[in-house]
Design a protein around this ligand. Structure first.
Ligand code: ADP
Length: 835
């Protein structure tokens, strides 16, 4: 019964004229419903006899299903008693006693009495007419049944779509129910139950229950199968990716020859072995490797663990370079690289000598303090060269976050070790010279205090087990020679300052710069540009001109750049074939470096009344400022320009008020503000300026303007003033003095209260300067104004202007406190007379 084309739907007919007795065709595993056409194979002798008989008479047969399909010779009890009356549509004889028949179910019947078994079975029968009420419930059930059936069909990919339209096409609810029942995958007993249920509504409900159950099963199984499919896809995808990755790495040559045949994990294990880690660290690394093996290679977690192991295996856990602490050699190398800085070099040599004797590098950290370009970095490099160590440098400028020093924990996305460990990796040995640049520019905020992390780095008691958040294992920094640099010491946190041995490099004088240029910068630049001094020389006048007119700095960085500019331009000429030797003179500079950038402004600026020269402190080493005052017709307003901060503006107001209340004394008309406005401007405008220390300079400019008396051009001044005319102390004296010295000014007016700070000024500069001390504004004017008229009634200052400079104890050359200064002493009267 496999010929599907023989299946179909026919008419149900329970109204025909059926006989009272009927021959029975017992069937196994099949229930025929009325209205359906099915094929049957017939082989049992009784059944064959029945067929032959019926075919002759063209009458009906009864189909009854066996309860037990294994039974070959069923009797009354072996059969269900409700079955279907059928008509034979077609008979095909396949062989002797072997037929294929196609039969059509017509109506339900009940076998009321079994009357014969031979030669075939025969029963008395009663047709069971369908009990179809045709009510609303039937209608509703029919709709429901149809919809559910269609839904089921949708979930069964093997059932053709026509099945749905076939069901749609049926109008007889009874027939539809039977059709659906015939096609459901249920047991024979369940089918029989449906067959026996004559009441239509009850039958429909029964079928619907089966159908709904079926639908649920189908849905669930579909869900399960799509899940399984998904998982299958994922593992397959991973497999492909991994194969691809392997191919790519092979192509890139990342699987190197030694490692050929080793997989990734074996390579890592090998690296761990080779990196010579301390035992504890190795344990951690191996643990991580073990964990790595359990992680999906495609996951982010894998990359994190992998990167970690890469760091662990590349750090110089034990690698050391050999030191050369021969003091003579060290001194020689330092001398080769740097001019002068005798004191500095001496201290470096001492420092290293102690290290040599004591072997452990414990002890204070060197800290070079000075303006840019004075050779802090190059000294560090030089030290490394001298003792034969690697040199690494990290800049701490703008580091706010502790994690930048100490690293981020690995739980952060993209975490890395901090700068210290990164520097160690770069050094690739455990004992480099490690320069911490710009330690004064460390910030601190809510992200933690980097200074405290740095403290641990620099503490010889702790730094043999420095813990980086990323590594999570201690790293030994105790063999590192740390050198810090800073432009100023003040902003360096005190705890850090305590750890450090400060070595100051305050900047160079013109003469020193000339020497450095000739001895170091020039040869270096010539070499870098492929030139020799037989072809290119610099005249002293040219170098001085670069120092004075093209640079303004405490160090020699820009000087070196300008020298490089000249070398470059000459290299071009040389390459173009002009090979005759050349000596650069001052007049040649303009053609190469352009017009002069800085003028010796002082004399020119102060050529009119109303301009005075002040000194300002800047982080790059101090600078001159000029304060210009002018007046115009108006109503007595004071305008201040040049990006002045509030404190500076207030200083100007205070100076003006003091002049107004003492106008008479200075020979100024008391109502000078009645018909004129005043304007004070401080050029070099883009730079913001603030602070009270320009008080005396503002005051002097205003008095000079109002009294029409010029200010001396060879004096610079600094000091805060009060409303009562007192002069108060200021800060940054050393930088200001050096700036004045650089600009060629040799006389400075200072608050008397700063006299004690003179010890901070480098000795050589101090010896060349004259310091004029002021207690009150009278003293300032006394020193600053050029030929004041007698009407001004300036009193001789009460304090001695040029006392011998007190020296720090132990320093110096017999020019101690109380001894007579070698400098020429000039009395104020002489100063005035000199002009
Ligand atoms: P810093 O680190 O203090 O800002 P650098 O070390 O970068 O300064 O120095 C700038 C340049 O000046 C370097 O080329 C350095 O060799 C040179 N230099 C500075 N001081 C001296 C000196 N005393 N002798 C020779 N060269 C020097």
């Amino acid at each position: 019964m496999s010929d599907r084309s023989e299946r179909g739907i026919g008419e149900r007919r329970d109204d025909l004229d059926f006989p009272e007795e009927i021959g029975i065709l017992p069937v196994r595993n099949t229930i025929l419903y009325p209205g359906l056409i099915i094929p049957l194979a017939v082989g049992r002798s009784g059944s064959v006899r029945l067929l032959e008989e019926v075919n002759k008479e063209d009458s009906f047969i009864g189909i009854l299903t066996q309860k037990d399909p294994a039974e070959d010779n069923p009797r009354e009890d072996d059969l269900y008693h409700v079955g279907t009356v059928a008509r034979i549509i077609k008979t095909v004889k396949l062989a002797q006693d072997n037929y294929n028949v196609v039969i059509q179910g017509l109506a339900r019947f009940r076998a009321t009495k079994f009357i014969q078994y031979d030669p075939y079975m025969k029963v008395q029968m009663q047709v069971l007419k369908e009990d179809a009420p045709g009510d609303v419930e039937t209608e509703a059930l029919a709709i429901n049944l149809k919809a559910t059936a269609k839904e089921v069909i949708k979930h069964m990919p093997n059932v053709p779509d026509e099945a749905a339209s076939m069901i749609e096409g049926l109008t007889d609810p009874g027939q539809m129910t039977d059709l659906i029942a015939a096609n459901m995958e249920i047991s024979i007993a369940e089918r029989q139950e449906i067959l026996e249920t004559v009441g239509l509504n009850a039958r429909m409900k029964l079928v619907l229950r089966h159908l709904t159950h079926r639908l649920e099963v189908l849905k669930l199984s579909q869900k399960i199968s799509s899940q399984v499919k998904g998982e299958m896809n994922k593992t397959q995808r991973e497999y492909f990716l991994r194969q691809q990755l392997k191919a790519i790495r092979e192509e890139l040559g990342e699987l190197d020859e030694d490692d050929e045949g080793l997989d990734e994990f074996e390579q890592l294990a090998k690296k761990i072995e080779e990196s010579n880690m301390p035992e504890e660290v190795e344990k951690t690394a191996r643990k991580e490797l073990k964990r790595l093996k359990t992680i999906q290679p495609s996951s982010a977690e894998y990359t994190v663990a992998r990167t970690y192991l890469d760091w662990m295996t590349t750090l110089p856990w034990q690698r050391l370079s050999k030191d050369n602490l021969d003091t003579k050699n060290v001194r020689e190398v330092l001398d080769q690289d740097h001019y002068d800085l005798d004191k500095v070099k001496k201290r470096i040599v001492e420092y290293l000598a102690v290290r040599r004797l004591k072997d452990d590098m414990k002890g204070p950290i060197l800290c070079f303090v000075g303006p840019p370009g004075v050779g802090k970095t190059s000294l560090g490099k030089s030290i490394a060269r001298a003792i034969g160590r690697e040199f690494v440098r990290i800049s701490l400028g703008g580091v706010h976050d502790e994690a930048e020093i100490r690293g981020h924990r690995r739980t952060y996305v993209g975490a890395l070790p901090g700068r210290i460990i990164q520097g160690m990796k770069k050094a690739n040995v455990r004992n480099p010279v490690f320069m911490l640049d710009e330690i004064d520019k460390l910030g601190r905020d809510f992200r933690g205090d980097p200074a405290s992390a740095l403290l641990e780095v620099l503490d010889p008691e702790q730094n043999n087990s420095f813990s980086d958040h990323y590594l999570e294992v201690p790293f030994d920094l105790s063999k590192v020679l740390f050198i810090a640099t800073a432009n100023q010491l003040d902003p360096v946190p005190p705890a850090l300052r305590d750890r450090m041995e400060v070595i100051e490099l305050p900047g160079y004088t013109r003469e020193e710069k000339l020497f450095i240029a000739k001895k170091f910068l020039l040869p270096k630049q010539l070499q870098e540009h492929g030139l020799t001094d037989t072809f290119l020389k610099f005249g002293d006048d040219a170098v001085y001109s670069i120092i004075d007119s093209y640079t303004r700095e405490a160090g020699v960085r820009n000087l070196e750049r300008r020298v490089a500019d000249v070398c470059r331009s000459q290299a071009v000429e040389f390459a173009e074939g002009k090979t005759e030797p050349k000596t650069i003179a001052e007049k040649d500079l303009a053609a190469v470096l352009g017009p002069e950038r800085f003028f010796s402004e002082v004399a020119e600026r102060t050529g009119v009344p109303g301009v005075s020269t002040g000194l300002a402190w800047t982080p790059t080493g101090g600078d001159l400022i000029f304060i210009e005052a002018s007046r115009m017709k108006g109503k007595g307003t004071l305008t201040l320009t040049g990006q002045l901060g509030d404190v500076m503006k207030e200083s100007a107001q205070a100076a003006l008020s003091f002049i107004r209340s003492n106008a008479k004394m200075y020979g100024i008309s008391e109502d000078f503000l009645k018909e004129q406005d005043l304007h004070v401007h401080i050029p070099a405008g883009a730079i913001p300026k603030d602070g009270p220390s320009a008080g005396v300079t503002l005051f002097t400019a205003l008095v000079s303007l109002l009294s029409n008396v010029k200010v001396r051009h060879d004096v610079a001044m600094t000091g805060e003033i009060t409303l009562r005319g007192k002069v108060l102390a200021i800060g940054g004296l050393k930088e200001k003095t050096l700036a004045a010295h650089r600009a060629g000014i040799r006389r400075i007016i200072l608050p008397e209260r700063n006299r004690k700070d003179l010890v901070d000024i480098p000795e050589r500069t101090r010896d060349e300067m004259e310091f004029l001390f002021a207690q009150e504004v009278n003293d300032v004017l006394y020193y600053a104004l050029l030929n004041p008229p007698a009407s001004m009634k300036l009193k001789k200052p009460k304090v001695d202007p040029v006392r011998p400079v007190p020296r720090p104890p132990g320093a110096g050359d017999g020019d101690g406190d109380g001894a007579k200064s070698k400098r020429k002493e000039k009395k104020p009267a002489e100063i005035r007379a000199a002009n």
